[in-house]
Design a protein around this ligand. Structure first.
Ligand SMILES: [Zn+2]
Length: 167
């Protein structure tokens, strides 16, 4: 914790002191400044940082011409469920073509469009993210339709993530 000192006499104070025990000076805690700092920190963590990462990602190029594997959503999810490190070794950073049924079409906090592919037990087991350029195509898709999506596998964070997707 930051040590607070009395602005008048310089004595060290307890955090809960309202008045300096030596000179009786009223201690103003800068609640407003703290709130502003807190808001800035929240903005950076939840808004600016993801946007920056997204911008960098939009610039990266993926070679779609020859995907490493063509696989069903169920099988890819199964492989990840059984042994995540082994699955990462096989798929992470590589371009894969995944086929499955669309369970939902969504948009995340930073406005990135995504399509979820379902498996028997999971409504969203493979989440496929698209760059802005594909927005129209993504929105035109329908829940329940069968689709094959090609993208870069970015491992598993709750669900298996595919980025830079095309179809
Ligand atoms: Zn004082």
């Amino acid at each position: 914790m930051v040590q607070i000192r009395c602005k008048k006499c310089g004595r060290e104070l307890n955090n809960k002191d309202k008045y300096c025990p030596v000179c009786g000076n009223l201690i103003k805690k800068n609640v407003f400044a703290r709130a502003i700092l807190f808001i800035i920190a929240v903005l950076i963590v939840f808004y600016i940082y993801p946007k920056l990462i997204n911008k960098m990602d939009e610039k990266t190029h993926v070679k779609y011409s020859d995907p490493t594997v063509s696989i069903t959503a169920s099988l890819l999810h199964n492989i990840y469920e059984q042994n995540e490190p082994a699955a990462d070794k096989k798929f992470k950073g590589k371009v894969v073509s995944v086929s499955g049924e669309i369970s939902s079409i969504g948009k995340d906090m930073i406005g990135k469009f995504n399509i979820c592919l379902k498996t028997k037990n999971n409504l969203c087991s493979i989440q496929c993210f698209f760059d802005k350029a594909h927005k129209k195509k993504v929105v035109a898709q329908e829940k329940g339709a069968y689709i094959t999506i090609t993208g870069r596998c970015d491992g598993k964070t709750g669900r298996v993530i595919l980025r830079k997707c095309v179809f």
